[in-house]
Design a protein around this ligand. Structure first.
Ligand SMILES: [Zn+2]
Ligand SMILES: [Zn+2]
Length: 220
């Protein structure tokens, strides 16, 4: 058992044996559910397909792309990444990333929402860094955003508190006039952090800001 564990990992969802470089075994990985309903106008995940939705009127984010529902094995996977002591799962996350739906040639650049230093320190690995690694061959990433202050962990807050907590927290160097940007994140929850990031990019002149996230919380 001890020898085997040197070359094998335990699946974060079921505890069974999985590939050394992976986080989930094959069957748990296959259990991750694709988002199968969305707004055809803005792309936001919905519980039934619709031609428009409450997110369409958003002035900051032009289009949403998200692949899987954040529950079950997907949740366990992200938690495992956040508190892992070694980097694993890059290729598994790469295999999950649905970049077949996103035409990266439409964008000038990609960027991730920066987490502040303390958060990077508490979490050894930020899940979005694995997605960034997996997508690096598809598009150039630039650090376009900077946090102006530390914020409370968003997960502890209600939807309204999240929006207030995050207001004005990002700034850019400017000079993004006419740029088409895709913001990359691990999970879309309420979207308030992503909207605030997109707002800063638009203020700096960005022409279009779309979002790609590997997961989205199950739509209500
Ligand atoms: Zn498993
Ligand atoms: Zn919509």
């Amino acid at each position: 058992m001890l020898m085997a564990s040197v070359f094998q990992s335990l699946c974060a969802a079921c505890g069974g044996v999985c590939d050394f470089n992976d986080i989930l075994c094959e069957s748990c990985s296959a259990s991750i559910r694709k988002i199968d309903a969305r707004c055809t106008n803005c792309g936001h995940p919905l519980n039934i397909n619709a031609a428009f939705c409450g997110h369409c009127a958003d002035q900051q984010i032009d289009h949403y792309y998200a692949d899987y529902i954040f529950e079950g094995a997907a949740r366990k996977m992200i938690l495992e990444v956040k508190y892992a002591w070694r980097l694993r799962g890059v290729s598994q996350i790469g295999r999950l990333c649905g970049f077949f739906r996103v035409d990266f040639s439409l964008y000038d650049t990609a960027c991730v929402v920066p987490s502040h230093f303390l958060r990077n320190f508490v979490r050894y690995v930020h899940p979005v860094s694995l997605i960034k690694k997996a997508l690096a061959k598809n598009i150039k990433f630039e650090n376009l955003l900077r946090r102006t202050r530390n914020t409370e962990f968003q997960s502890k807050l209600s939807r309204r508190e999240r929006a207030r907590n995050i207001k004005g927290v990002f700034e850019t160097k400017g000079g993004l006039k006419g740029k088409k940007i895709i913001l990359i994140d691990d999970i879309i929850t309420t979207g308030s952090t992503l909207r605030e990031a997109a707002k800063a990019l638009k203020k700096a002149g960005a022409d279009r800001v779309d979002v790609y996230a590997l997961f989205a919380r199950r739509p209500a």
